[in-house]
Every structure is written in structure tokens, then in C-alpha cells.
Design a protein around this ligand. Structure first.
Ligand SMILES: NC(=O)c1ccc[n+]([C@@H]2O[C@H](COP(=O)([O-])OP(=O)(O)OC[C@H]3O[C@@H](n4cnc5c(N)ncnc54)[C@H](O)[C@@H]3O)[C@@H](O)[C@H]2O)c1
Length: 389
């Protein structure tokens, strides 16, 4: 196993001349479980120098450990005002700790703008399970956020807000445009897949990757592949469901059904888009199903496919998948960040179509998984930078 003690320097990379090499510098919006596993992972890969668990050990000339941290925004009083490396482990975060003392490059957590980030029903739950809003998040302005993004030299903002945060996501998208930085939108609010927002980022020549990050080996990718495989083998699919349960704040937030509209659309389209004959709405059901506190960051997914095969005879698939939820998305996000960085270096703006198709559930353009992965690899190969300055 890799050994955390073999830690090289945590400072920015330097060229042969000693000049600092420009790197992706993240602004993280939402210091929840996904942010925790992402930040832990950056240090873990920097220290251990291993390819375990990575789809792309290198993207262009960047390793995962080359991604650095600039600042973060949250609205929880247990996180705001603290160094990012401490805030990651504050309640109600409950993802697995696999790197207990991560580097945060001096990034602090600032008060974000709350907008619609906190669902009203959360007040019925104990503080150790839910966000506790910080009063400062009532008054944070766009100008303040833009100033922080510029002062900390952030160049890519990553959106990890709770599902249903339409207004808050739009606020931070505006902040990206005003600060002149790229955006990776990991949540099912439609930005990259919305023509209006896509045009704004294209006009500003800023890269945009989205929307709603796929897990590395999760419910969506497995369900998509199974359905496409059945269809390709001549099986007629009658109906299918995907039920998901978990015990993190993401699942708690999604108990409020009114916040789920775009999540359901994103997850259902992600599966149905793989079929030549998509199922009608009455015959496909996909979504988060319940919150089970003792599962913590573990997610359990049940997939069922009802179908008919040769001679019209029936067949069924029942599949159960158990995963740690948050690290399963971090493995994809580290690729999205490095592609956004390649685009910045090449002066490419607007939605990154191939990258989004490979890494996101609701991209501007859906593709079959293998075609999307090949298209993204080709895009990366076409945008490999020269030797580091
Ligand atoms: N496998 C995965 O984990 C996965 C996959 C796809 C999408 N996502 C999405 O990623 C998002 C983040 O997931 P998570 O598990 O980290 O959620 P989380 O609930 O642990 O974290 C959300 C964080 O956002 C903060 N927040 C709320 N409103 C805010 C605001 N207006 N400004 C700044 N911060 C605010 C909360 O205090 C909390 O710290 C969710 O929307 C989730 O659905 C996760």
C-alpha cells in the first residue's frame, strides 16, 4: 500500500529556472462531503505518487497532486472562517477520512451567499446532521465573492452546493463570469446544458464543464451500461427502476421532494439517452429514495430491469451496489478540473462538450459512454501543453 509518510514538498511545482509553474487553483463552493474527499485526495495522491483509483493519472502534464486550493465558500457556522483543512472535518460532514491532515495551501472558508442553498425541512433535524446557517451568509454580495476569487488567484470554481440550489448556483456562475474564471458544475442545476448560460461562458471565453457529475463506478454508469448492453443483445426492455439510499447530508437534503426536479431529469435522461428506444416516463423510475442516518456516506443502490428475450420470454435483472458516495465522485472531478485547466491554457471557452459528455450526467450533448470516453481522450491529446515552463 502507498505510504503517506513518503511526502514530497507540498509547495507549487517549479520550472528548471525556479519560476513557479501555473497550476489549477480551486475555489470550492460547498465544503461538504464531496469537497472533503476531493481535498483529501489531492494530498493523498501528491504524497503517495500512485495511480490507484484514477481514470487518468495524467491529464495533459498534470497529476492529481498538481491541483492546488485557493479559497472556499460555505454558509455553515462550523465551517466559515476556518482553514479549509479543518472545516472539511466539521459536522455534519461524515465521509470517510483517508488523509487526516490534508494540505489546504492556506485556503480559508469564506461566508458564501446563502440564497436557496439550505432547505427549510432541515430545521427538523439535529445540528450534527444538517447545515447550521452562519448569519454572515445573509449579506454576502457578488462583489465580495468576486473580490475573494481574484485576491486568492482562483482560476476554477467547483460547485458542490446541495441539490435544488438553483439561485445559489446562478449566483456563483455570475461570480465566475465577473472574476474571469472557469466553472465545473457538479450538481443538477443546468448551467453547461442551458443554452443561455453556455452562451455567456462562450462569450467570456471561459471553460465550463457540467452538469451533475457522474460517479466513477456508480449507479448511473452501471445502469446505463446494463440497459445499453441488453438492448444491443436484442432484448426488449419493458421497465426499469433505480432506487438509492444513503446517510449523508445530500440524501437528507433530497428528502425535500420539491428540490429534486432537475436531479430526477438528470439521472433519468442519463440512463434513457443510452437506448435507441427510450422508455416512456411510466416505465422508468430513477431517484434518491430515502435517508438512513447510520449509513453515513455509504450509498446503496438497487437497480431492476424487466425485459423480454427470445421467444418473448421474460427475464429480470436485480443488482445491488454498495459504495462510499463522495470519493466516488472525486475520482471524476479531478479529471474535470484538469480538463478545465487545459482549456484555460489553450484559451478555449464555453462548454467543453466531449469532457462534459464523459464526466457529467446532464451534459450539453449526451454520448454513449465508450464514445464519450474516447472523445474526451482525443480532446485531451489534442490539447496537451508543451513542456512545463
Ligand atoms: N457521488 C456524489 O457524491 C455526487 C454525485 C453527483 C452529484 N453530487 C452532488 O454534489 C453536491 C455536493 O454533495 P455533498 O455530498 O458534498 O453535499 P453536502 O450536503 O455534504 O455539502 C453541501 C455544502 O454546501 C454548503 N452550502 C449550502 N448552501 C450554500 C451556499 N449558498 N453557499 C455556499 N455553501 C453552501 C453546505 O453548508 C454544505 O457544507 C450535491 O448537490 C450532490 O448531489 C454528488
Amino acid at each position: 500500500m502507498p505510504n503517506e509518510k513518503s511526502s514530497p514538498s507540498a509547495t507549487d511545482a517549479h520550472s528548471a529556472t525556479g519560476a513557479p509553474v501555473p497550476t489549477p487553483r480551486l475555489a470550492i463552493v460547498g465544503v461538504g462531503n464531496c469537497a472533503s474527499t476531493l481535498v483529501q485526495g489531492l494530498t493523498w495522491y501528491r504524497r503517495n505518487r500512485t495511480d490507484i483509483g484514477l481514470m487518468h493519472p495524467q491529464v495533459g502534464n498534470l497529476s492529481v497532486g498538481d491541483i492546488r486550493l485557493a479559497c472556499a465558500f460555505d454558509i455553515d457556522e462550523r465551517k466559515v472562517g476556518r482553514p479549509l483543512a479543518e472545516a472539511l472535518f466539521a459536522a455534519p460532514n461524515n465521509s470517510r477520512v483517508f488523509c487526516p491532515n490534508p494540505d489546504d495551501d492556506g485556503a480559508m472558508v469564506f461566508a458564501g451567499a446563502r440564497a436557496d442553498g439550505v432547505a427549510a425541512h432541515l430545521e427538523n433535524f439535529a445540528p450534527e446532521m444538517r447545515a447550521v446557517p452562519d448569519a454572515r451568509s445573509n449579506t454576502t454580495s457578488l462583489e465580495q465573492v468576486v473580490e475573494i476569487l481574484k485576491a486568492t488567484k482562483a482560476n476554477i470554481l467547483i460547485n458542490y452546493l446541495p441539490v435544488g440550489s438553483q439561485l445559489a448556483t446562478e449566483f456563483y456562475a455570475h461570480a465566475c463570469l465577473a472574476a474571469g474564471i472557469a466553472m465545473v458544475n457538479c450538481i443538477p442545476v443546468f448551467i453547461a446544458s442551458d443554452a443561455g448560460w453556455a452562451a455567456k461562458f462562450a462569450a467570456a471565453n471561459l471553460p465550463l464543464v457540467g452538469d451533475d457529475v457522474k460517479s466513477q463506478f456508480g449507479a448511473t454508469i452501471i445502469h446505463r451500461q446494463l440497459m445499453a448492453l441488453a438492448e444491443a443483445r436484442g432484448i426488449t426492455i419493458d421497465s426499469s427502476y433505480q432506487l438509492n439510499v444513503g446517510g449523508n447530508t445530500d440524501f437528507l437534503n433530497m428528502l425535500e421532494r420539491s428540490r429534486l426536479g432537475s436531479k430526477k431529469t438528470s439521472k433519468t435522461e442519463a440512463v434513457n439517452s443510452q437506448l435507441h428506444q427510450p422508455l416512456d416516463a411510466q416505465h422508468i423510475h430513477i431517484g434518491p429514495s430515502d435517508y438512513i442516518p447510520f449509513l453515513a456516506d455509504q450509498k446503496i443502490c438497487y437497480v431492476r430491469i424487466n425485459a423480454h428475450g427470445f421467444g418473448g420470454l421474460p427475464m429480470e435483472v436485480d443488482l445491488k451496489l454498495t459504495v462510499e458516495d463522495s470519493p466516488n465522485s472525486a475520482g471524476v472531478v479531478v479529471d474535470a478540473i484538469r480538463c478545465a485547466w487545459l482549456a484555460l491554457e489553450h484559451g478555449i471557452g464555453g462548454p467543453l462538450v466531449e469532457v462534459s459528455a464523459a464526466l457529467m450526467k446532464h451534459p450539453p450533448q449526451q454520448m454513449a459512454d465508450t464514445a464519450a470516453a474516447a472523445a474526451m481522450d482525443k480532446w485531451i491529446a489534442n490539447h496537451v501543453p508543451g513542456p512545463r515552463r
